[in-house]
Design a protein around this ligand. Structure first.
Ligand code: AGP
Length: 604
């Protein structure tokens, strides 16, 4: 999705902004642009369809200045092109705007502006904001922006420059993240800390309805109606180095390999051996309230929805509270009955996914209690929820989620254990789960050592046009997630079904050219899973099993170490991340930036 970065200070701005744009590349984009305040006055802009390196190639040698804003665009209104790339300048070239989000009433505003003689240079919704600011008769830039935003409906994170006010950048937020980076006599603005973290770790996150004025040695924040707000900079914990590839060929590979440490981080400081439970500081849910929960509804999208499915089975199993997971995008459109005794949990790696955020807002409006299971500290969903559990996976740069999926499931295991121990889970079972959790990092490491074998298998399966993934109960979300991973990066068609559903239809697809990946844990359903493999073999289907012991019916078995039944899904997903990765690699795919996908889906 779109990215913003801006700078005001003493340094040469163009290289800083281009570096910031590169750090935002992971979000997915189709064009980029930059505008600076030239030393001799006036704004100078360059835009390019394609990658940041194409923009860089177009930036002239003499492009000097110390204030500028830049953008990576993900097309919503108008195709990817030079013209539609941001920043958008007004006809006189005095005002420049970069915008994330969607202006819902853009066509209406555009028609009015065109009737007044404004000539648009792009097909975007964003350009209306530029012209509204340019036409405002207000005296200050802040007032001009405020006036313009009064008539804009929709979501925005914007940064604005004006040739008549070269000493400042004005930013505003409504539904699209905006962070300010506070430096020594220099200030940054960005849509994501990734763009500024190599320069400062002191950040201020704007709230919806908040604006900011950045000058080189000062910043102030205020509401869109002009009332001053207090903003105390917070220190970002993530290291700038977390955004580097650290010797790996892709971010995905790095993030798969980081999982032992990531899991260690989500557990750190939370286990309470005395009471065989865990402490979750930010939950804001006391024991009495926890006992009063009658249902749990988990909401997320994509991988987070799948992590929520495993979370639901952990909560149901350990805390004995009925629980389920639903795509947030569906939930919010079916006018759900909101029950005061239900605990709602919003799951999101980025904490920005629009559908999840909108579901949270709808629930809050109806008086529900909503917790968040989120990776990005201080993100929109983290701020909007009543409390929650951070998953502490560290920044995830690859568009496809791996370590965040694993850490989210572990965070759910912690929450389930916590709720369970407040309710009816015995000390012995609490201990058993804690031991299982503690064993995870080493067991993940053990799986990672099989990478070479998995790579060989992947080279073989990469020839398939279509693949089936099956599992039962706890294994089914693992199958769903593994099939999503394969689709996302290899573009091989994949289906995921509960193994029990095979004979109700999908068995018709089975033939030698359609291999099946079967999730076969050593649990009470082992025989049932074996029977499903038997059915596939009888139709000459090839099988790759992920199991705790060799499976006779399978053509290949990837062995994973056994943990507690409840925690096995965490381990069973890991070899399948490697399988998707090496399949995509064998097919020569752009692993970190798969086609048509973006890291954070901040629009509907
Ligand atoms: C994961 O591989 C996907 N890229 C996607 O399904 C993602 O999980 C989904 O868009 C939700 O994102 P979130 O966790 O940041 O809310």
């Amino acid at each position: 999705m779109c990215g913003i970065v801006g700078y005001i200070g003493k340094r040469d701005v163009a290289p800083l902004l281009l570096e910031g744009l590169q750090r935002l590349e992971y979000r997915g984009y189709d064009s980029a642009g930059i505008v600076i305040a030239g030393r001799s006055g006036g704004l100078k802009a360059v835009k390019a369809k394609g990658r940041v390196r194409e923009l860089e190639a177009r930036v002239p040698k003499r492009f000097a200045g110390t204030t500028g804003i830049a953008h990576t665009r993900w097309a919503t209104h108008g195709a990817p092109s030079d013209e539609n790339a941001h920043p958008h300048l007004d006809t006189e070239g005095k005002v420049a705007v970069v915008h994330n989000g969607i202006v819902d009433n853009a066509s209406e505003l555009r028609a009015k502006l065109e009737a007044d003689g404004v000539v648009f240079a792009s097909e975007t919704d964003s350009e209306v904001i530029t012209h509204l600011i340019a036409r405002s008769q207000a005296v200050s830039l802040e007032e001009k922006v405020r006036e313009a935003l009064k008539v804009v409906e929709g979501t925005y994170g914007i940064a604005v420059m004006h040739a008549d006010f070269p000493d400042r950048i004005v930013a505003a937020r409504n539904g699209s993240p905006v962070v300010l980076g506070i430096g020594e006599k220099e200030m940054f603005v960005a849509s994501d800390v990734a763009a500024l973290i190599s320069h400062t770790r002191q950040v201020v996150t704007l709230d919806d309805g908040e604006m900011a004025t950045l000058k080189a040695d000062d910043f102030r924040t205020y509401t869109t109606s002009g009332t001053r707000t207090t903003a105390t900079p917070e220190t970002v914990e993530w290291e700038a180095a977390s955004y580097d590839m650290g010797g790996h060929d892709t971010y995905m590979h790095k993030e798969i390999c980081e999982q032992p440490e990531a899991v260690d981080r989500v557990l750190r400081g939370r286990i309470d051996d005395k009471f065989s439970t865990v402490h979750l500081g930010g939950l804001n849910l006391d024991a009495r309230e926890a006992r009063g929960i009658r249902r749990v509804k988990i909401l997320g999208c994509g991988t987070s929805y799948h992590a929520g499915m495993i979370g639901a089975s952990l909560i149901e199993g350990l805390a004995r509270i009925p629980a389920d997971s639903e795509p947030a995008s569906e939930f919010r459109y079916r006018n759900p009955v909101v029950d005061p005794d239900t605990l709602y949990i919003a799951v999101s790696q980025s904490g920005e996914t629009y559908d999840v955020l909108a579901a949270v807002q709808e629930l809050k409006r109806k008086g529900a209690r909503v917790l968040g299971v989120v990776n990005v500290v201080g993100s929109a969903i983290a701020r909007e929820t009543d409390g929650g559990v951070y998953v502490h996976a560290g920044p995830e740069v690859c568009v496809v989620s791996t370590k965040c999926f694993t850490n989210t499931v572990v965070a759910f295991a912690l929450l389930a254990l916590h709720l369970g121990r407040i309710r009816d889970l015995s000390v012995a079972d609490g201990k058993r789960i804690i031991e299982g959790l503690r064993a995870l990092p080493e067991q993940i490491q053990e799986i990672l050592t099989q990478e070479e074998d998995i790579r060989k298998l992947a080279a073989d399966y990469a020839e398939a046009k279509s693949m089936m993934f099956i599992g039962r109960v706890r294994g089914y979300p693992v199958a769903l997630e593994a099939s999503l991973k394969l689709k996302e990066i290899s573009y091989i068609h994949a289906e995921a079904y509960p193994a029990s559903e095979l004979k109700h239809g999908p068995l018709a697809l089975i033939e030698p050219a359609m291999p099946t990946v079967a999730i076969v844990p050593d649990d009470s359903l082992l025989e049932k899973n074996r029977a499903a493999m038997e059915e596939i073999k009888a139709r000459s289907g090839r099988i790759l099993a992920v199991a705790h012991r060799d499976q006779e019916k399978a053509d290949h078995t990837i062995l994973v170490p056994k943990n507690e039944d409840e925690l096995d899904p965490i381990l069973m997903g890991i070899p399948l991340q490697l399988l998707a990765y090496h399949t995509a690699l064998a097919l020569g795919r752009d692993i970190d930036k798969p086609r048509n996908l973006a890291k954070s889906v901040t629009v509907e």
